[in-house]
Design a protein around this ligand. Structure first.
Ligand SMILES: *[C@@H]1O[C@H](CO)[C@@H](O)[C@H](O)[C@H]1NC(C)=O
Ligand SMILES: *[C@@H]1O[C@H](CO)[C@@H](O)[C@H](O)[C@H]1NC(C)=O
Ligand SMILES: *[C@@H]1O[C@H](CO)[C@@H](O)[C@H](O)[C@H]1NC(C)=O
Ligand SMILES: *[C@@H]1O[C@H](CO)[C@@H](O)[C@H](O)[C@H]1NC(C)=O
Ligand SMILES: *[C@@H]1O[C@H](CO)[C@@H](O)[C@H](O)[C@H]1NC(C)=O
Ligand SMILES: *[C@@H]1O[C@H](CO)[C@@H](O)[C@H](O)[C@H]1NC(C)=O
Ligand SMILES: *[C@@H]1O[C@H](CO)[C@@H](O)[C@H](O)[C@H]1NC(C)=O
Ligand SMILES: *[C@@H]1O[C@H](CO)[C@@H](O)[C@H](O)[C@H]1NC(C)=O
Length: 840
């Protein structure tokens, strides 16, 4: 099994407006529900390029996909890369070439599974005015991070064609890393090379990334940010900005690689020179700043100096996610951006700042600068102001799920207005989650109001929440966090914030802050409203296979501390079964002690402490029967554990004590909806027949369990006596599997199962059951929980006696009046035909 065999990747989107200080990247999606990868629509069903009469070949994406040829008949790749289908290693990706052959400026790299020590290089040749963008999603057996650097292997993007390891560039490493959002790098020095190098012995080292040649001038957030300045020759990353830069539109400074993650161990200097006039001032507005807050005083920060970088000249520093504006009266300034060793998580992308030069005409500014202005200037916000309601007076903020998939909002970032509206608008298949973690509503007696609406209409029936002043809530307030989390039922949510009192000062302002994220139900399952992390996947609408998201890394739990329980339910459609496979579990807390024991009857958690105090994963069936429970630190020998079920299965992810810092434990799991008719809920109206289970291909892992609760309804609307003949050549415990014969019960809530008439176990070998006269409808039920698929045969026969047959009334009720009435009519006509045949 290939560790990168992931059918569908979540792809978030890019950020069109950089002020939110978040990573942005070019959106590259796997389209459609069942598509296998970027270029393969389906593994089978299309004519082979070398033999059009053979339709067993892969179907390629019409726009840019090409068939891999005879060596890989079930795969497609990007046109132009056909010769690398089976070994995507050591190749040059030319933007011009790919554009000509596939019409695309982006693509995918899935490395071969390497045995270390080994290496692969990928050289990117951008065209003019293009940046090289890499999005890394997955890394397997690629070195380890020792706290400061990678040892044993790494993935690194460098400029040039002959890259050498550099500690001035980010490297990624890890034994089993999944990045969502991806780790995004940009390279702006022309030709760049991605080096995948394993220096220790490994069995299967692999990575998966998307790449894009993005426009330098791109306006959707992935363009090159510095503008108007001049890079200084023979320096690492130094720039010169003169006031003449305004003639080129705008003067913009940015950290290297923005909006991707910034490189480690750098010291970049931005020299700012204004004209000689003493009346020239400069305003620096940091529109985005995202640096690890715990490194403020040590390594990762922005410092602003007068003239030269000496401590006496320090005017101010910025770090974390402070966004500020500074004004200076002076002609010679220096902004220094320093970074320390790289460190995960790879979510920090540095800064963007704009410069405005102007002449001071009135009162001189105080010379003890900097002046910190508490709000970002309004014109930065106008990008987000919607035109949907032209007559709306107040601040009207639109957060689009097209661009930003998750983040924070804070009304303090916007100019004060008595009324503010924040609209979250996602893609059509999105729902919106929000939570408030910081708010201050000071006015007495509900004069300040926060109202949250499900959808764009501010009507009472859509109101999800209403908060009245006075109330104060602070980050990490343990009280009642759950009640302040809200979920929309559609792709839109609106917060209406009315605060009649103008602020007395910055510290007095009433505000509202929180987090949001957009959840694409088509890709990641339908969110159930009850919990914030309960998701349902339906076999009829979900992709047929995929990886299960690690629920604990969602941004919404940023603020949460305590137990976290998330469920993901999988409901197969008719003639489908579902397979869940837990591939790995990492960083489960080992206290209190708990041991996983697997047997023929599933896996269980054995511990003297209550299960709620233990990190664990459960797979639960329809009947809330626990098929598998995994806990403790010694599960590796048991994994993978998989369950195939013909009814629904639920994966329960349970962290005993969650904190954002620890993020619970890591789970890697996959699901597949299989097409199979082994155990359909079928209704048989024929008077004789046979039920057998088809063979299934055996699975590769030891702990693969079959979980079945299959029913077959034998129905007749004429009176009869049924004879069932059940046989099996297996000799297994009754608990492993058994076949029971039930009366039909219209009132029974579970599959109309009535009283049990008989139970057959495999040790019975062969039995014939003659049912009482007039029990014309029965349900045969198979129940299995075992590593082995049951083997049996049920034959049935009806004794229909002419004298007792009444066609007029229906003495036995039909099992399901809506769906089987036509079957019933059909059955009746079949019986007439049968009887006519008998009468001859
Ligand atoms: C890729 O090329 C390098 C030399 O450029 C070579 O050492 C390495 O073995 C090649 N990798 C594979 C997997 O063939
Ligand atoms: C990590 O590895 C680097 C390079 O091998 C080494 O210089 C450094 O001291 C190591 N750090 C720790 C904390 O072990
Ligand atoms: C990008 O913008 C610059 C300055 O506005 C312009 O000179 C250049 O032609 C643009 N390039 C592209 C590819 O649009
Ligand atoms: C940084 O230093 C300042 C002053 O020395 C201190 O108040 C602050 O708490 C420090 N921050 C961190 C994250 O260590
Ligand atoms: C909104 O403004 C436009 C023009 O300014 C006006 O024609 C229209 O009637 C206004 N609508 C409302 C609802 O006030
Ligand atoms: C999102 O993108 C779609 C399609 O490009 C567009 O129709 C829609 O208006 C966009 N929504 C927002 C809120 O920008
Ligand atoms: C399920 O499979 C059975 C037998 O192959 C078939 O008769 C039935 O129509 C199928 N049902 C659905 C909903 O596809
Ligand atoms: C029948 O099998 C199921 C599932 O394996 C088991 O739970 C149940 O106890 C069995 N019934 C009997 C009577 O043994």
């Amino acid at each position: 099994m290939c560790p990168l065999g992931i059918a569908v990747f979540l792809c978030m989107a890019w950020l069109s407006y950089p002020s939110n200080g978040q990573l942005a990247w070019t959106p590259i999606y796997v389209d459609g529900k069942s598509q296998i990868d970027l270029w393969t629509k389906e593994a089978k069903g299309c004519p082979c390029p070398w033999d059009a009469s053979n339709r067993q070949c892969a179907c390629c994406v019409a726009d840019g996909g090409c068939h891999c040829g005879k060596d890989a008949p079930n795969r497609c790749t990007q046109c132009g890369l056909e010769q690398h289908c089976n070994h995507m290693c050591n190749l040059t990706l030319s933007a011009a070439d790919l554009q000509t052959k596939s019409g695309k400026h982006f693509g995918q790299i899935k490395s071969p599974s390497l045995q270390g020590p080994s290496m692969c290089w990928y050289t990117f040749l951008p065209s003019q005015n293009q940046r090289v963008e890499i999005q890394v999603y997955r890394l397997v057996n690629t070195g380890k991070f020792n706290g400061t650097s990678c040892v044993g292997g790494h993935l690194q993007l460098m400029s040039g064609t002959e890259p050498l390891y550099s500690h001035h560039e980010n490297q990624l490493c890890g034994t089993n890393e999944r990045y969502s959002p991806p780790v995004v790098f940009f390279s702006d020095n022309g030709v760049a090379t991605l080096l995948f190098e394993i220096t220790e012995e490994t069995s299967r080292s692999q990575f998966l990334a998307y790449f894009s040649f993005s426009d330098v001038n791109a306006t959707d957030g992935v363009g090159f940010q510095p503008r108007g300045g001049m890079p200084l020759q023979n320096t690492d990353c130094d720039w010169l900005y003169q006031d003449s830069c305004e003639k080129q539109g705008q003067c913009v400074l940015a950290s290297p690689g923005y909006p991707g993650i910034y490189p480690p161990n750098r010291q970049c200097r931005y020299h700012i020179r204004t004209g000689s006039s003493e009346r020239t001032h400069v305003k620096i507005t940091f529109t985005s700043l995202l640096l690890p807050p715990e490194r403020c005083n040590t390594s990762d920060y922005v410092a602003i100096y007068k003239a030269v970088a000496i401590p006496e000249n320090l005017l101010g520093t910025l770090c974390g996610n402070q966004r500020k504006m500074f004004e200076f009266a002076g002609s010679n300034l220096l902004i220094e951006f320093r970074t320390g060793t790289q460190h995960p998580p790879f979510e920090y992308n540095g800064f963007v700042a704009t410069l405005d030069f102007y002449k001071k005409t009135t009162t001189p500014l105080p010379t003890t600068l900097p002046t910190v202005v508490h709000r970002v200037s309004t014109n930065l916000i106008t990008h987000e102001v919607t035109t949907a309601a032209p007559n709306f007076t107040g601040c009207d903020i639109l957060i689009s799920g097209n661009n930003t998939r998750s983040g924070q909002f804070d009304t303090r970032e916007y100019d004060w207005y008595p009324i503010c509206r924040i609209t979250f608008r996602g893609r059509p298949s999105d729902v919106v989650h929000i939570s408030f973690f910081n708010l201050r509503l000071r006015s007495p007696s509900c004069r300040t109001v926060v109202e949250v609406f499900d959808g764009a209409l501010e009507i009472r029936k859509n109101m999800l929440e209403r908060l009245c002043s006075p109330q104060v809530k602070q980050s990490r307030d343990p009280d009642d966090l759950h009640s302040k989390r809200l979920l929309s039922s559609r792709n839109e949510m609106v917060i209406f914030f009315q605060r009649p009192n103008a602020p007395l000062g910055t510290n007095e302002a009433e505000f509202l802050a929180g987090r949001y994220f957009f959840h694409d139900e088509q890709i990641s399952g339908t969110v159930l409203p009850a919990g914030m992390c309960d998701v349902i996947y339906k076999g009829s609408t979900s992709p047929s296979a995929g990886m299960i998201d690690n629920p604990s890394t969602q941004h919404l739990y940023w603020n949460m501390e305590g137990p976290l329980l998330c469920t993901q339910k999988f409901v197969p459609a008719a003639n489908q079964s579902i397979t869940l496979k837990v591939i790995s579990l990492e960083q489960m807390v080992k206290e209190p002690a708990c041991v996983t024991q697997c047997g023929d009857h599933g896996c269980r958690c054995v511990s003297s402490s209550p299960i709620s105090k233990i990190d664990h994963v459960l797979i639960v069936n329809d009947d809330t029967w626990k098929v598998a429970c995994l806990c403790g630190s010694y599960q590796h020998e048991w994994l993978p554990v998989s369950v195939r079920s013909w009814a629904s299965l639920t994966l329960v992810y349970s962290v005993a004590h969650y904190t954002w810092k620890k993020k619970g434990f890591d789970i890697s799991a996959s699901y597949t909806f299989n097409m199979d008719t082994v155990c359909g809920e079928q209704v048989y109206t024929l008077h004789t027949g046979e039920i057998v289970l088809n063979n299934l291909t055996p699975t590769e892992n030891l702990n693969h369990f079959y979980e079945q609760s299959c029913t077959w309804t034998l129905h007749s609307n004429v009176e009869r006596q049924l004879e069932l003949d059940i046989s099996s050549s297996q000799n297994r415990p009754c608990a492993a599997w058994n076949v029971s014969i039930h009366e039909y019960s219209a009132s029974s809530s579970y599959k109309h199962l009535g009283e049990v008439l008989h139970t057959f176990c495999s040790r019975d070998a062969h039995k014939v059951y003659l049912l009482p006269w007039k029990v014309s409808t029965v349900i045969v039920r198979l129940r299995t929980l075992s590593r082995t698929l049951p083997q049996f045969k049920v034959k049935w026969r009806s004794h229909v006696v002419r004298a007792n047959t009444r066609f007029g009334g229906a003495p036995t009720p039909a099992p399901n009046a809506d769906s089987t009435s036509s079957a019933g009519t059909l059955a009746a006509s079949l019986i007439i035909i049968m009887m006519l045949l008998c009468f001859r």
